[in-house]
Design a protein around this ligand. Structure first.
Ligand SMILES: C=CC1=C(C)c2cc3[nH]c(cc4nc(cc5[nH]c(cc1n2)c(C)c5CCC(=O)O)C(CCC(=O)O)=C4C)c(C)c3C=C
Ligand SMILES: [Fe+2]
Length: 411
């Protein structure tokens, strides 16, 4: 199946039209321009199966938030280095164009000019869309940094957006925390996800620098089953408490008291949490189960039979993770991924854990009270260490023809 130029890539003429609207062609540095010329070349080949497993990028909400979790995830955080607003808009237009292309299973043209680097890095040329989703978020410093309104957006800052306050037990690495813009990329095929994140980085040349990049996975398991984390426990069970359109409205989608561009958006809370596998693996099963208040094999709460049976807090230890999560009285939508990162050279222990990600409409009411309570009392603290942290505001979903952030820049 061959695609039309419009389907599979953007033409040079289209690029010039876009640049003229944004003024980005003039404002961008040489590196940025050449990277984008790559994106703007005529279409390349698209694999027969490119259309398989597509998740629409356009809609009321961004994809990748309440989308059933794909197997692989990259979370990238960027610092914007672009000098001014038109340059940022140029970058966001190019990221949008590339998201549209890659979520539809398309690639940029490899190019036949042997004197130039190929436009597309090529590793997905024969691969389908693989349920690729791209989710964007803006960090607090994007709106104002050290009191400076960098891009004229300070008045549009989301109501609850701030860095996660210091917590009693954390051991954060600042170089792995925060950032101006995050991109969460998820797919069923790791190479498809990597291709997307790699090309977002390429397109940002001269306009943004990559601050940190994390990669995660969940167990495939039998379809429909809750994945298990690296402690061997089912992780995500309680999400079923709000998995309806009304539930998502209550738990995930922001709007009330927010700038208009956040209506239908949400807040992404991120913690990189190292799990001390060697300690855990020497811990008796009864202590492991007391840590969560759930049976390890079935996932049932203490006193219950099945995974999804209601939780009776009277049956759980007071310091169990689930007890504390429930005590806050609020729900959050969790979308965590496991990570492994080789060996810690200082200790010889495995570097592995959880890239905790949750989405909520009001982090002040939902996520932060829960985190505070857990950091001070959770039995889980004996076995984990929080090493990185960030919060981002994710705008509502894009309409066709809009670029990322347009609704914010034009608010
Ligand atoms: C601040 C929020 C949370 C952090 C940080 C967090 C870290 C974390 N969680 C697990 C494993 C499990 N968590 C489970 C339940 C659960 N966790 C949170 C919140 C945070 N977890 C909530 C809101 C809930 C749901 C509680 C409920 O209403 O029942 C479970 C039990 C099964 C489930 O519902 O998912 C496990 C297991 C780890 C390993 C971890 C940090 C490394
Ligand atoms: Fe948890």
């Amino acid at each position: 199946m061959e695609r039309t130029p419009k389907d599979a890539g953007i033409t040079r003429r289209e690029f010039l039209k876009w640049s003229a609207v944004a003024g980005s062609g003039i404002a961008m540095g040489a590196a940025g321009v050449s990277a984008i010329l790559g994106l703007s070349q005529a279409p390349g080949k698209v694999s027969e199966a490119a259309g398989a497993g597509q998740i629409p990028m356009y809609g009321e909400h961004q994809a990748g938030i309440v989308t059933p979790q794909q197997t692989y995830m990259y979370l990238a955080s960027f610092q914007i280095t672009a000098a001014d607003r038109p340059a940022v808009i140029g970058l966001f237009r190019d990221w949008t164009r590339f998201s549209d292309l890659s979520t539809r299973g398309g690639t940029m043209q490899s190019g036949d000019n042997k004197l130039l680097p190929p436009s597309d890095t090529g590793e997905t040329l024969d691969l389908p869309a693989s349920r690729l989703t791209v989710t964007f978020g803006f960090g607090p410093a994007f709106f104002s940094q050290d009191g400076k309104d960098r891009f004229g957006l300070a008045a549009q800052a989301p109501r609850y957006l701030k860095d996660i306050p210091r917590m009693p037990r954390e051991n954060l690495d600042k170089t792995l925390s925060g950032g101006d813009v995050c991109i969460q990329v998820c797919a069923e095929d790791q190479q498809v996800a990597f291709h997307a994140v790699r090309n977002f980085i390429r397109l940002s040349t001269g306009l943004a620098s990559l601050k940190w990049l994390q990669e995660g996975f969940i167990s495939g398991g039998t379809a429909g089953q809750t994945p298990r984390n690296l402690f061997g426990f089912k992780d995500g069970t309680a999400n079923q408490l709000h998995q309806t359109p009304e539930g998502y409205q209550d738990v995930v989608w922001a709007g009330e008291g927010e700038p208009s561009w956040m209506a239908g958006g949400t807040y992404l809370a991120y913690r990189k949490i190292r799990m001390l596998l060697e300690v855990w693996d020497r811990t008796p099963l009864s202590d492991q189960e007391d840590t969560f208040g759930r049976n390890k094999t079935s996932g049932a709460a203490y006193g219950a039979k099945h995974e999804f049976d209601p939780v009776d807090l009277g049956q759980l230890p007071a310091n169990a993770h689930v007890t504390l999560a429930k005590q806050s009285g609020k729900l959050i939508h969790r979308r965590a991924y496991s990570y492994t990162g080789g060996i810690d050279p200082r200790t010889g222990h495995m570097d592995a854990g959880l890239l905790f990600i949750s989405y909520q409409r009001n982090p002040d009411e939902q996520f932060l009270p829960m985190l505070k309570l857990m950091q001070s009392q959770d039995k889980l603290n004996e076995y984990v260490s929080h090493v990185a942290s960030a919060m981002f505001a994710c705008p509502r979903g894009l309409r066709e023809g809009e670029y990322l952030g347009q609704v914010l820049f034009e608010a």
